[in-house]
Design a protein around this ligand. Structure first.
Ligand code: NOJ
Ligand code: CA
Length: 719
């Protein structure tokens, strides 16, 4: 494979060039005849071969785009080019670092489409770790309201790279991750789409495993963030930043030429985005490095987002929580209050007259038990799902008025339970499952957030299970992306933090709206109770899903064999220590201790790590990393001199030397090491671990051995 950047651009064609501050990343822009085109190189190696840019517009009667027949694909001349440099340092409300440097060189190309009398701008920002570009549409008579039928941004790869990918789908991101060459994507997806009724589905491994809402759109369609590695060791990642008032982007691969093209999520009538100038697209990002760790430490996606728009952020805080949750996911108890109703009508069904099913976990006694556990274990909130009426017929019915988000079941005393929690220094965390009846949620939202204020809730987990109402809309379309952001901005008015499940994958918007403290938007721990997560899962996700924002992954499952306490026969695909390692590898300011109090009681010595651990950081130093294989990181707890070190690996196991160079010179630290035992293994011996203590100082080294599907963690507390 030839990766050298020779003769990428046709002889005699004038290109505009912009380089990263360190000179390693070079973007060239030129017109291929009249089509906008770019190339991208890193240290002289080709990352993107000539790739066209443009948009196809809808020929729609509502689109007043001057002349409806003409797309924004060709017929361009360069009217103007501007270059500039930007360098700032900003302070995130939470995250991996105390401060973040945002340093790039910019090229803005104004293009004239003379025949149509229209102008667009393509803006490139080039960082040491890659680049972003976006389309901008200044206000103008001949481009006023317009409808995007498709965005045709290309990313032409220079070879048949290895890729860590998830099938492109307009409605779910919860399919298992795949690791294949680009050329193998078609076959991997195709064999799932070709299944006949009765064919076996491997729920943990197949590319398409089914979901309560799913729309696969192509045999070569994948979602972003897409992580790749070239044969000569370049790590390339394609994603997007600041997806606002626009549809989420997927990538469709032309696998004869290895060219990805953007594939937006359509709306119910098949259009992608409704635009009114002045406006712009999100940034399309290509990160690149010859060091995998750079993919994890980079803030390129956040840097391409707007600064924080919330003036007072004092109410946004890191949150360790437990919840009335895992027991329901595993199947021992239920969200529903009663089994005797064929259906529920809000405002009519009288639950006080119904016979309780005896399995409803969001009841006063059990919620108090979870509150007591949180208070005793340094957890600040308790999520309670199944507290509000409507769960008896909530899913998969395309029912409109499923929940009102305000009326508790008779056995959940909302006032008493919040007061009880507050008396113990704990808060309850609200749950709003919308069942994807989105307009219904919007009509109740303000009342629901006000109810939260009334009782002292300051965080909500929301959810979008099932097909979207308005019917025909998709989870990642422009309509829904506007809804998710609306929830976040409305919640901010009520000083509420948001953690939305099944919502679109994040694109760094938490820089602008830091009350978006988490999202699920990928296959979470819940799947360990359904069909399983592969042991490499959490050493892929930080390269992919976490690029745009943290994930509410909900680790901390200490009882790895679910059959010990339920009818569920599944086992967790990590060691117990691997569950602890996920807290550090899968960073984020919202972390759940998801297991049951009684399972933690069996391993109280390991629980000590969860009690002690920080979840918000002044610094993060990646010790080693390789997608799908291992990640080791040392993180400095915010506002302290304490460090927490963690490593997680795939089924092959891993050895790593932790070199304590990052400690302050001359200072001693009490280091508690939680390690897999010698014979530990995620499948055969997951709960075997050893806890040791040592005093460490700068310059010391400790060799760690991680079991297959395991890891290690250390708390390193300054003396
Ligand atoms: C799916 C979410 O991911 C899960 O956490 C939640 O418990 C259920 N939906 C019910 O809302
Ligand atoms: Ca989910």
């Amino acid at each position: 494979m030839i990766l050298l950047a020779v003769a990428l651009i046709p002889f005699g064609v004038m290109a505009q060039e912009v380089k990263s501050p360190d000179g390693n990343v070079v973007v060239k822009f030129y017109l291929d005849k009249t089509k906008p085109t770019y190339t991208l190189t890193y240290k002289g190696k080709t990352v993107c071969k000539p790739s066209h840019l443009g948009l196809t517009l809808a020929k729609d009667k509502h689109a007043n785009n001057g002349d409806r027949e003409q797309d924004l694909l060709e017929g361009f001349t360069v009217a103007d080019t501007q270059t500039s440099t930007f360098d700032e340092t900003w302070t995130p409300v939470w995250g991996q670092y105390k401060t973040v440097r945002n340093n790039y060189n910019e090229l803005a190309v104004t293009l004239d489409q003379a025949k149509m009398n229209r102008k667009i701008v393509i803006r490139f920002r080039v960082y040491n770790e890659g680049m972003g570009f976006r389309y901008e549409f200044p206000q103008q008579k001949k481009l006023n309201y317009f409808i995007i039928k498709q965005e045709n941004s290309e990313f032409a790869m220079a070879g048949d790279h290895m890729a860590w990918w998830i099938v492109g789908d307009y409605d779910t991101q919860e399919n298992p991750g795949q690791t294949t060459r680009l050329s193998e994507i078609r076959n991997t997806i195709g064999k799932c789409l070709d299944r006949q009724p009765g064919d076996q589905v491997d729920g943990m491994s197949d590319a398409v495993t089914g979901n309560s809402s799913t729309t696969v759109f192509s045999e070569t369609g994948v979602q972003t963030a897409l992580q790749m590695k070239t044969d000569d060791g370049l790590y390339i990642n394609i994603h997007e930043a600041a997806c606002v008032n626009y549809a989420t982007m997927h990538l469709n691969l032309d696998d004869r030429n290895m060219v990805f093209e953007s594939a937006l999520t359509p709306d119910a009538v098949g259009n992608m985005c409704y635009m009114q100038t002045p406006c712009n697209t999100p940034w399309r990002t290509v990160m690149v490095s010859d060091d995998a760790r750079t993919m994890l430490s980079s803030y390129l996606i956040y840097n391409l987002n707007e600064p924080c728009k919330i003036e007072d952020t004092s109410w946004i805080h890191p949150t360790k929580y437990n919840g009335v949750w895992w027991e329901m996911i595993v199947g021992r108890s239920s969200w529903d209050y009663t089994d005797e109703l064929p259906s529920v009508r809000l405002g009519e069904t009288d639950f006080a007259k119904c016979k309780p099913n005896g399995r409803h976990l969001a009841n006063n006694k059990d919620v108090m038990r979870y509150i007591d556990f949180a208070a005793a274990n340094n957890l600040s909130e308790v999520l309670v799902e199944g507290w509000n009426i409507g769960w008896e017929d909530w899913a998969n019915r395309w029912k409109y008025d499923v929940f009102d988000f305000q009326t508790p079941y008779p056995d959940f005393d909302i006032k008493m339970l919040n007061e009880y929690a507050h008396s113990k220094g704990v808060r309850l965390m609200m749950h709003h499952e919308t069942s994807s009846s989105v307009t219904n949620y919007e009509r109740y939202m303000d009342d629901a957030y006000s109810l939260m204020n009334k009782y002292g809730y300051d965080a909500v987990k929301s959810g979008y299970v099932g097909d979207i109402i308005p019917r025909g809309e998709h989870h990642y379309g422009q309509y829904m992306n506007n809804h998710y952001l609306h929830c976040v901005t409305e919640a901010a008015k009520h000083k509420i933090m948001v953690n939305a499940h099944e919502a679109t994958r994040p694109t760094g918007l938490a820089r602008t709206y830091p009350n978006l403290v988490g999202n699920e938007s990928a296959r979470g721990t819940e799947y360990e109770a359904f069909s399983g997560n592969k042991p490499d899962h959490t050493v892929v996700l930080p390269f992919t899903r976490l690029q745009g924002g943290p994930m509410d992954y909900t680790p901390g499952i200490f009882e790895t064999d679910l059959s010990t306490w339920s009818q569920n026969k599944h086992k967790i695909h990590t060691t117990l220590v691997g569950q602890l390692a996920d807290y550090l590898v899968m960073w984020g300011p919202l972390q759940m201790a998801a297991d049951l109090p009684e399972n933690y009681a069996k391993h109280d010595d390991a629980m000590q790590f969860i009690r002690d651990m920080a979840i918000d950081w002044d610094d993060s130093q990646y010790i080693d990393a390789e997608p799908g294989a291992y990640i080791t990181v040392a993180r400095k707890a915010k506002g302290t001199d304490n460090w927490f070190v963690g490593g997680k690996c795939n089924e092959a196991g891993h050895k790593v030397t932790v070199n304590f160079d990052f400690l302050e010179k001359g200072r001693k630290y009490e280091c508690t090491i939680y390690a897999d035992a010698k014979d530990a293994h995620y499948d055969t011996n997951p709960k075997a671990y050893v806890i040791t203590k040592k005093v460490v100082k700068q310059g010391d080294k400790i060799n760690m051995v991680e079991a297959p599907g395991g890891g290690f963690v250390m708390s390193v507390i300054a003396k």
